[in-house]
Write a protein that binds this ligand. Structure first.
Ligand code: AMP
Ligand code: MG
Length: 415
């Protein structure tokens, strides 16, 4: 028996073997959920010009010293600046410019007084001419209600590093800086393979001795969630021919990653292993983790390949621990393992391998409590349905008493 490989070494091996995909250019509207390929710097200041934060009057702030409701200061209204205009003439003391939110403040203006702090009560819907004079009812500080050019983003500043996932906020920011085409990483095409005489697809009747293929559905979800494009092939039978045909079909698709489940455990029909070795350069590892000891990793005609264990929980846990970081690297996505510290409620046991126990999480007394979802069998997918996270029991530890602190890998956001 080969010795057990520790989880961190397995992950390091995998990460050194997979590469980021090439960038492609997409138009901004198609860039949601894509990953930025190169650091993006802003070619302009944002805002691009000094502008008003209020509907009101641009003034020289010194003119307002001493202004209050009992002592209004009257100024001549010499300009009207609607949004979209570009005032050229300078504002001089004693004068005011009517100005709309977002419109450029004129040279010489040092503050904007909100319309509510004047004697004007313009009807916002109407484009009426400004009054000849306006009374200021409040003292303004220098710079008040003026948004300075470049105060959000300075020209040349990096606003998004490579690896950033584009969400609606990033879309807006890219629009603001005039980025109509974005260089993003191609989405990885990931083929999912299942084999087993016992497996039937979800729409087929459940004959005696059969179970439904669940792994290709969990994997499709996990892959999509990790930024990949899942492609599910039909289930192969437990025969060399059937398995070979399936794996060949997978390679014809020209995928970026292949993930198969089952057929890598010691008792499993060796057929899958035979085909994997025939078509590729695959290592079979026994990893010091629970669930998920048997695992295959390597390349098939240059395509990275995972052979995950067949038990539904093992498939999902090995994906979280080993495939998700690899897929993130392939997809060029900045990846951080989301973990929290929690206190366990109830003893936890392990066989000394690094264990990933399914837990629910709740907040209490400023901390987080992790409670086992109950049955931890690697075939019991319900434990994953219930789980908020995977509590990690370190290698070498066989019992963690209730009240111990553990690290929990988050499977969903904590409420
Ligand atoms: P094997 O590695 O083929 O011995 O499979 C290990 C266990 O996982 C067996 O109980 C299989 O029935 C189960 N299994 C394998 N593939 C799947 C699948 N796609 N969906 C659900 N269970 C599976
Ligand atoms: Mg099998």
């Amino acid at each position: 028996m080969t010795p057990l490989l520790n989880v961190d070494s397995a992950l390091a091996n995998i990460l050194s073997d997979v590469k980021r995909l090439r960038p492609e250019s997409v138009s901004l509207i198609d860039a949601l959920d894509r990953v930025i390929a190169d650091d993006i710097a802003s070619p302009i200041n944002l805002p691009p010009f000094d502008n008003s934060a209020m509907d009101g009057y641009a003034i020289c702030h010194e003119d307002s010293s001493g202004a209050n409701p009992d002592n209004p200061v009257a100024l001549s209204v010499v300009m009207d600046i609607p949004a979209g205009s570009a005032p050229q003439t300078a504002l001089t003391p004693g004068n005011a410019a009517r100005i709309m939110t977002g419109a450029p403040t004129p040279p010489g203006a040092t503050a904007v007084i909100a319309v509510e702090d004047t004697d004007d009560n313009w009807n916002r819907g109407e484009q009426s001419a400004p009054p000849a004079r306006v009374s200021i009812l409040k003292r303004a500080q220098r710079g008040e209600n003026i948004r300075q050019a470049g105060e959000n983003i300075a020209q040349g500043e990096t606003i998004m590093p490579a690896g950033t996932l584009i969400r609606p906020a990033e879309l807006g920011m890219l629009a603001a800086i005039g980025c109509a085409q974005v260089s993003v990483i191609r989405k990885p095409k990931v083929v999912i393979l299942s084999s087993g005489d016992e497996l039937v697809d979800v729409y087929q009747p459940l004959e005696p001795g059969k179970i439904r293929d669940t792994n290709s559905y969990t994997l499709a979800g996990l892959i999509r969630d990790a930024g990949g494009l899942p492609l599910r092939l039909p289930i192969a039978q437990d025969s060399l021919d059937s398995i070979r045909t399936l794996y060949r079909r997978a390679l014809e698709i020209d995928p970026d990653l292949i993930i198969s489940t089952a057929g890598v455990s010691v008792g499993a029909a060796d057929l899958v292993r035979v085909v994997m070795s025939e078509l590729g350069d695959i290592d079979f590892w026994r990893i010091n983790m629970r669930p998920g000891k048997p695992l295959a990793f390597g390349k098939m005609q240059g395509v990275p390949f995972f052979g995950l264990p067949g038990n539904p929980v093992s498939t999902m846990v090995t994906f979280e621990v080993l495939v998700r970081p690899a897929l993130a690297k392939i997809a060029g996505r900045d990846f951080k393992c989301r973990t929290v510290k929690a206190t366990i409620d109830g003893d936890m046991r392990s066989d000394g391998r690094r264990s990933y126990n399914r837990v629910t999480l709740s907040r209490a007394n400023g901390g987080i409590i992790a409670t086992s979802t109950g049955i931890q069998s690697s075939g019991a997918l319900m434990s994953m349905v219930l789980a908020d996270g995977l509590a990690i029991i370190p290698e070498g530890v066989t019992r963690l008493p209730s009240g111990s602190e553990v690290t929990v890998l988050l499977l969903r956001a904590l409420d």
